[in-house]
Design a protein around this ligand. Sequence first.
Ligand SMILES: [Zn+2]
Length: 469
Amino acid sequence: MSYSRRHLLQGSLAGGAAGILSGLVKGQEGGGADTIRKKPRGIIFCVSDGMSQGVLSMTEAFSNQLRGKGTTWWELLAGGQAVLGLMDTASSSSMVTDSAAASSAWSSGKRVPNGQINFDANGRRLESIGETLEKKRVRLGLVSTASITHATPAGFASSVIQRGQEDLIAPQYLNRVDVILGGGSRFFDPKVRRDKKDLFGSFAREKYDVVRSRDGLLKSKSRKILGTFSPGYIPYTIDRDQDKEMQKMVPTLAEMSGAAVSRFLDDDAPFLLQIEGARIDHAAHKNDIGAILHEQMAFDDAVAKVLAMTKGHDDILVILTSDHGNANPGLNGTGAGYRQTNDHFAKIAQIKGSAEFFLQRWNQTQSKSAAKLNQLMEATYGFKPSPQELEALMDRCAGKKVTEWSHQLSNPVGLLGQIVGNVTGVGWTGICHTSDPTQLTSIGPGAGEFSGLVRNDSIRERLLGLLLG
Ligand SMILES: [Zn+2]
């Protein structure tokens, strides 16, 4: 995919807001003010959940290294046709938002306390953007690698006082959301739901094609679809890539996104589609550099698919953003004159499994020994830890105290992240969400609405203004 490079940005990403905003002005010139101000028929809102700035830049380098090509998001930043901005993230209860409050801010237009979905600080129910659009006959789609009833998709189409009430979120999608693709079958399955309600049956009766496998998804042609491909989250891409069976059963985010977009390109109805790469956030919580870069590449593949499918359609706006940063991974220069940095970074390509997979394997290991842990480290990460690192990891995994001055990193994943960081050069600030503004990149009619520093609770008004205005 090639975007115009006539207006290459002067400011680098590392230059922060000044660089980004100088790119914005160029972007507006490059895209043409008329196109940018036109109203779109449909909006595709793509969320890389928990993506700190470093993830975007490291994925660009990682993709070049691994696949000999850069990422689509980076190309949009450099190409001059996209409008660039920053998302001002926060919730009503904290400078640091969770996904529930962030998606609620986008959807309801109000900042709410963390943990709540479209319910304000006084316990008042707020209307989600999906509920508003349903009344105006605007079609809605949700795609996610989390359970599809998880906070970010749920924020667009439901209202619940606690984000964990996924049993209550699922029925709210019926006839409000036409395209529902992701994990989380357990919230629809009568065998697993606490109230034993058969939601798969309810959706099927309302003319949804209910699919449970990758094959089923790729074959389905129905306008309305409910596809769930795992009981909970969709497996990490790095683990899926090592498992042939999983690859057969579980679609990629790009495949789910393609299936969703095709259903909105088939007719002329207005629509809003949210696509979430959810597990970037999960990998950040686990300080897992291998998983996060593979996950962000999979998200980028989905973005590439969306842009390829909508190419030539001048009535579709595509927005890329994140709801909040998470653990702020960053590549530190290593060696004299930082000359070892590239070699260290290149070691990430050897990693063959997520930290979650690694720790599961270790927990299942009978008769644990330093030699066995060493073996497992080498098989998963491609390097052997030092004897001191090995001893500390053994102790930490066994629940013993290990000296660690950062409270956030005082746990097995924090320690594992630091040991891997000693080899790759990547460090983490903690294991939690962060307060930084996130990227906001928009291309297509109406993109001009999303320039500069944009508060998360102003997104609803901007989206509705374009779709209904
Ligand atoms: Zn999170």
